[in-house]
Write a protein that binds this ligand. Sequence first.
Ligand SMILES: Nc1ncnc2c1ncn2[C@@H]1O[C@H](COP(=O)(O)OP(=O)(O)O)[C@@H](O)[C@H]1O
Ligand SMILES: [Mg+2]
Length: 252
Amino acid sequence: MSLLSTTSLVKQFGGLTAVDEVSFEVDRGETRAVIGPNGAGKSTLINCITGMLEPTRGTVEFDGEDITGVEPHDAVQRGLSKSFQTASIFPEMSVEENVEIAALAAEHGSFQLNFLRKRESFDEVHRISERMLDAVELLDQRDHEAASLPYGDKRRLEIAIALASEPEMLFMDEPTAGMSPGETHATVELIEELQDDLELTILIVEHDMEVIFRIADRILVLNRGRVIADATPEEVQGDPEVQEAYLGGVEL
Ligand SMILES: Nc1ncnc2c1ncn2[C@@H]1O[C@H](COP(=O)(O)OP(=O)(O)O)[C@@H](O)[C@H]1O
Ligand SMILES: [Mg+2]
């Protein structure tokens, strides 16, 4: 059974239909890529699933429950987490504090309900932070001020912050944008480790086709808000409609 599914999801901004009747499924443990030209509706689709935007119509189901239109915090509690670009880092705090704050925020509900478990929860927060910093290979830099990290490390810290809620499913919107080839390569290796070590289900929007073909199990191709392909990387590669819409006929 699929972990995530959308059914006829629609998001309109005034007269513009940014996401147009999108239905697709993501299986547990799968890495699903979403591709398409600029303005195709990729970010809007992610935002409608993770609670940043309220869909105009249609439904989102996660782990057998209808989560259409839930608040972002509720989506996190249910096991969905989105990695933001550097905006969510507190620059003057340490690398580790940044991840601990995110882990605390994810636990917030249980803190209030069960005051006596507080100490235990802090230990737990610390344990989770170390594990996630280890996963993104930032454990050695844990005491560094976040602002002092090089760009690629900041992006990895973003991923650790997103992992701090111990999500079942991680959403990444163009994680390699602005990265050097070396940083992109390191990010691909990191994603492969997340696939293997944490057995995460991943939805990634990415424009770098080399990255996509290396990590994706299936690809959803959007064009003007509509699904034009939902297939394996090999099938997408040979699909003339995809090549026409997305690549302007350029061979992949
Ligand atoms: N908050 C918004 N208000 C109005 N229009 C928006 C908003 N967000 C996105 N759009 C429009 O929706 C369409 C899809 O945008 P987006 O999801 O960002 O595309 P992508 O991520 O594929 O580049 C675009 O035409 C964009 O201009
Ligand atoms: Mg986008």
